[in-house]
Design a protein around this ligand. Structure first.
Ligand code: COA
Length: 261
C-alpha cells in the first residue's frame, strides 16, 4: 500500500482509505493499483469478511486524475488500455468480481469513478453533505465500470440520462431517493455508523453473505462485456479533441468550448 491509499484490518473489516486530500482524492494509476491490491488481499485472506472504502479530507474521490487522463490521451491506444493490465481496468474488474462484500462510505464529494464504483458496492452510505456527479460527457468521455448498463437499471433511463448526459450533480439525499445510497448520516457520525454496519456484516455467516451477494448480482457476463465495450469507446475518446479541450479548460479554470468541434 502507498501512503495515498491506507489499509487497515480490524476484526474482519479491511478499510481502504483514499488519502490524497490536496487533490480531492483524485485517483492515479498507482492508487487504482493499490485499491485493487487491497480488495484482492481481502478476498484471499479468510480472516477478512468485509472491505470498506472511504476517503480523507472531506472527499470520497474526485475521480480519475485529469492529468493522468491527459497523459494517456497523448499516447497511442495500446493493448493495456483494454486489457486487465491497466491499473484502472484491474481495479474495475476487481470491484465488480470480488465475492466478499464491499461497503462504501461516501464522506464528501464523489465524482466520476467515485460514483460508478458505488454500483459495485453492496452497501453504500453517505454523509449528509456528500455530492455525487458523473461528468463523463462534460469531459468528452463516456461512462465506465459498466455504469452505462447498471445505472439505468438501478435508477431508470431518464434519471440516468440527467446524471450522465447533463452530468447533473446530486446531493446525498437525492442519491438515497433514487437508490444509489442505502442511508444518509450526519457527517460527524458517518464514520462510526458505517464502521458499526461493516462490523455487523463481518460477524454474519460468511458463506451465507457471499451466496446472497452472488444471488443478487448474477449478470457477470453482461457486466464484463459492457466494460470492454465502454473501455474501447473510452480509449478512443481519450485521444479526441473533445477531451483535449475539456481537460485544458479544467486546468485553465475556464468553461470548455465545444462549439467548433
Ligand atoms: N484530477 C486532478 N486534479 C484534481 C482533480 C482531478 N480529478 N480534482 C481536483 N483536482 C485538484 C485541482 O486541480 C486542485 O489542484 P491545485 O490545488 O493544485 O489547483 C485541487 O485538486 C483542489 O481542487 P479544486 O478544483 O480547487 O476544488 P473545488 O472544491 O473547487 O472543486 C471538484 C472540486 C472536484 C468539483 C473539482 O476539482 C473538479 O471538478 N474536479 C474534476 C473532477 C473530474 O472531472 N473528475 C473526473 C471524472 S471522470
Amino acid at each position: 500500500m502507498t501512503d495515498l491509499v491506507l489499509a487497515e484490518t480490524v476484526h474482519g473489516v479491511h478499510t481502504l482509505t483514499i488519502n490524497r486530500p490536496d487533490k480531492k482524492n483524485a485517483l492515479t494509476a498507482a492508487m487504482y493499483a493499490a485499491l485493487a491490491d487491497g480488495i484482492a488481499y481481502a478476498e484471499s485472506n479468510p480472516a477478512i469478511r468485509v472491505t470498506r472504502i472511504r476517503g480523507t479530507g472531506g472527499s470520497f474521490t474526485a475521480g480519475n486524475d485529469l492529468a493522468d487522463f491527459a497523459a494517456q490521451g497523448a499516447k497511442p491506444i495500446s493493448a493495456d488500455d483494454t486489457k486487465v493490465k491497466a491499473p484502472v481496468t484491474r481495479f474495475l474488474k476487481t470491484v465488480s468480481t470480488t465475492k466478499k462484500p464491499l461497503v462504501a462510505q461516501v464522506n464528501g464529494l464523489a465524482v466520476g469513478v467515485g460514483v460508478t464504483m458505488l454500483l459495485h458496492c453492496d452497501l453504500v452510505y453517505a454523509g449528509a453533505s456528500a455530492t455525487l456527479q458523473a461528468p463523463f460527457v462534460n469531459l468528452g468521455l463516456v461512462p465506465e465500470a459498466a455504469s452505462s448498463l447498471l445505472l439505468p437499471q438501478l435508477v431508470g433511463l431518464q434519471r440516468a440520462s440527467e446524471l450522465f448526459l447533463l452530468g447533473r450533480k446530486i446531493d446525498a439525499q437525492e442519491a438515497r431517493n433514487i437508490g444509489l445510497v442505502a442511508q444518509v448520516f450526519p457527517d460527524e457520525t458517518l464514520d462510526a455508523e458505517v464502521e458499526a454496519r461493516a462490523h455487523e456484516l463481518a460477524a454474519k455467516a460468511p458463506d451465507a453473505v457471499r451466496f446472497t451477494k452472488a444471488l443478487m448480482r448474477k449478470n457477470h457476463d453482461e457486466i464484463a462485456e459492457r466494460m470492454v465495450e465502454e473501455g474501447r469507446i473510452f480509449a478512443t475518446q481519450l485521444r479526441s479533441a473533445e477531451v483535449k479541450e475539456a481537460i485544458s479548460a479544467f486546468f485553465e479554470k475556464r468553461p470548455a468550448d465545444f462549439s467548433k468541434l
